[in-house]
Write a protein that binds this ligand. Sequence first.
Ligand SMILES: [Zn+2]
Length: 380
Amino acid sequence: MSAVPANLRLANQTALLGQLLGRKAASRAELAKATGMSKPTTGKIIDDLMHAGVVEEIKLMDGGRPSVGRPGKQLRLATNRPRFVVVDLGVEMTRVSGLPASPPELERWEVTFKTPTSADAWQEKVAQSAEKIQVRRPWAVMVSTPGVVDERAGRVLLSPNLHWSEHADLPWILRQVWSAPVGLVQEVRALALGELGARPDGDDFMVVDISDGVGGALMLGGRIYQGALPMSGEIGHTPIPGNNRLCGCGGRGCLETLASQRGLIQSLREAKGHGTTFADVVKAAERELPQWMKDTFDAIATCVSAALNLYGVRRVVMVGRIAELPAPATDYLIGVIQRASMWSRFDAVAVTLAPKRVSRGLVIAGIHRFVMPADWSVKH
Ligand SMILES: [Zn+2]
């Protein structure tokens, strides 16, 4: 039996994983120093992680000779073979890959297909993908899915743009293809996890995804925030005064109806009488920003800054379509979010644009959910 309480052990594992995610490789001594843990504690957790196949040792050659003893050995998240099947169930496309414990920096997908309109057709396509990626016994199958997702129950509660997923038993479907546990991850939460270790600082942050929909997720103390309800971060469904548009959630006036890709195109068309694609929105933002776009960005800033003020977070990572807009638009948006956040009266509020890191986020979710807490607290 371990003398260390399970929750402390989990916190220690999380800290170590955080270090390994942010570094290419590190020695045991470096990891102990960086996490503030004792060398024996670090060594014990590393041994467990190595035994589980999460971490691997790289034997460095020192002047042509293999180095002797532990201090010279470097550790990293295992790259040797695919351990997870990751699936990105998108409104337009579904992507599938087999990935090792070491999550990729950049998106990596082996199979991509157009998302069908029924669960049966999707299952068939996924089964075909399994033939191609050849991961025999994955630790887990991790799925990113849009909408309101009850991750604990493995169910999609609401998905305005992918209605069939609400009635489909996604974990059951995937278990017909791979005999492994299945983890559903709400898509914006997957993106937030993908940011872990992708930047040098380890601050708390909020991810805001503005794409087909508008959503957010909070990373606090290296863990993703989860409230009591199977729903959080839904800033896209905050009603905006003066907005009367109907939303896919059943509400009226939601931020999403203005700020999503479709909402932006609609506003352009209402203002100009033309414009049918996102490229037209990009064009409209190239010089002087139109008033409707400023109003929309002000509404985004109100919702995002409310979340920052509420949780005491000073970093925002913006991903999705919004990151594809030209500088006059993104500069305006970043500026209004910073000014609207109360922390800007005291110190800097950082708002950055980033690419989507779905596959990275899914691997990290898989480690958090299925590998890390695994009954180590009661072993030994
Ligand atoms: Zn809504």
